[in-house]
Design a protein around this ligand. Structure first.
Ligand code: NAD
Length: 438
């Protein structure tokens, strides 16, 4: 199969590289010439474990290339995937479809023979039909079908998720398009997986419903964590006890500083907006959004409390600012709410993050960036763990505490225990949904 992938962000690049690894001929297109120049030199512009090796392998096999020339990539392609961004539209919470529609019009102009135009971007219900209309209006001669193929990969584990998906959802309306989509994903059927064909609207809705449900699960345990703090229960035990029930499952049940990232915040907002537009308020989702904002705000209070009621003039070492480990993505990370408030309240913030600096420098003005956690702890007044990178999971806590002016810790990912902190000499320790001390 010949595939054009429009958009080489986290989803487009991973999908394009993986499709080429299946044996398909893939051209990845982006309108950002800097990204394409980097990719042509073998440089992966994002941090995603394993992506550089897989990309190099398929480029040298001659199956994968990069271009800014959408027209050439679309010419003769069996399938054209739209994997551009759908951020929150400023002001109203809707998904911004500007990039999707712009790509659709460019594709319409470039189509030469029959192709399936596949939306991989997360788009509100009804968008694929709109794409179909826009293409037909722009090029009435165009011979094409539409497919909705939402992506479920997680950043940080994207290749594995793409290669070993729980399911592939394809919204499609013609037998011809089913044949093309089936051929594209056929290499996966050697493994245990299921491809689910459905209508366009159902495919679009599955993506939003799945993301909103996961965001709700995280928010549920975060709310339970707050009650644990007041009642003496330990949220880690509660979450384990709940998760052992197969009907509930243990995933997305870890209490923390609130969900963030490039998907949950914008997708929950877009779903809420969709509900309002159709006069079917998504009350659970709306509440999830509200509670998550409160959770993030409460994190600032925890840090202020452990610093004795004020962070003014205090030096705070923050470990981790990306929205989760194994990614450089900073979009809607909890750190973007928490760190600016600490800086605004007069704290001197030092940040250590294995991959966050490149994106984070512009987003977190007024902080200093260090490479070494022990250097960050030197003469610090507080230690705050915001992202559970592996390199922060086995710190020599005694060494950390000894270097600090005031050895206090806010462990907002529950990676240590109060006992660990106490034994290491921390005078105060606070975490999420568990008793602290100090
Ligand atoms: P991204 O912002 O990282 O990448 C989008 C890319 O598209 C950019 O490089 C941009 O330059 C390019 N682009 C925009 N318009 C273009 C055009 N007309 N022609 C060529 N290139 C164009 O976005 P992302 O994180 O990869 O997300 C893409 C979509 O996938 C979104 O709808 C998102 O909701 C969805 N999604 C993302 C994830 C994730 O983990 N990031 C997971 C599942 C689904």
């Amino acid at each position: 199969m010949k595939i054009a992938m429009i958009g080489t962000g986290y989803v487009g690049l991973v999908s394009g590289v993986c499709f080429s690894d299946f044996g398909h001929d893939v051209v990845c297109v982006d309108k950002d010439p800097n990204k394409i120049a980097q990719l042509e030199q073998g440089i992966v512009p994002i941090y995603e474990p394993g992506l550089d090796d897989l990309m190099a392998k398929n480029v040298s096999a001659g199956r994968l290339s990069f271009s800014t020339d959408l027209q050439a990539a679309v010419d003769g392609a069996d399938a054209i995937f739209i994997a551009v961004g759908t951020p929150t539209r400023r002001g109203d919470g809707h998904a911004d479809l500007t990039y999707v529609m712009a790509a659709a019009i460019e594709i319409a102009d470039a189509l030469t023979g029959y192709a399936v135009i596949v939306t991989k971007s997360t788009v509100p219900v009804g968008t694929n039909r709109q794409v179909q209309k826009v293409i037909t209006e722009a090029n009435p001669e165009a011979d094409f079908d539409i497919a909705s193929n939402p992506e479920f990969l997680r950043e940080g584990a994207a290749i594995d998720d793409f290669m070993r998906p729980d399911r592939v959802v394809v919204g499609v309306e013609s037998a011809r398009a089913i044949e093309v989509m089936g051929a594209i994903y056929r290499p996966l059927s050697l493994r245990e997986f299921s491809i689910m064909y459905t209508g366009l609207e159902s495919a679009e809705m599955i993506k939003y419903a799945a993301n909103a449900f996961l965001a709700m699960k995280i928010t549920f345990i975060n709310e339970i964590a707050s009650l644990c703090e007041r009642t003496g229960a330990d949220v880690k035990m509660v979450s384990k006890g709940m998760g052992l029930d197969n009907r509930i499952g243990s995933k997305f049940l870890h209490a923390g500083p609130g969900y963030g990232g490039s998907c949950f915040p914008k997708d929950t907002q877009a779903l809420a907006r969709m509900g309002q537009d159709h006069a079917v308020p998504m009350q659970l989702t709306e509440t999830v959004i509200k509670v998550n904002d409160e959770v993030k705000r409460r994190m600032v209070d925890k840090v202020v409390d452990i610093c004795g009621g004020s962070v003014n003039g205090k030096t705070i070492a923050v470990l981790g600012v990306t929205f989760k480990p194994n990614t450089d993505d900073m979009r809607d990370a909890p750190s973007l709410t928490i760190v600016p408030q600490l800086v605004g309240n007069g704290a001197k913030v030092r940040v250590v993050d294995p991959q966050g600096k490149h994106e984070g420098e512009a987003l977190l003005p007024g902080v200093s960036w260090l490479d070494d956690v022990y250097q960050a702890a030197q003469d610090a007044d507080a230690l705050v763990i915001l992202t559970e990178w592996n390199e922060f999971r086995a710190l020599d806590l005694k060494r950390m505490a000894e270097r600090m002016s005031t050895p206090v810790m806010a462990d907002l990912r529950n990676i240590y225990s109060p006992k660990d902190a106490e034994n290491a000499g921390f005078s105060a320790y606070v975490s999420i949904g568990r008793a602290g001390y100090g």
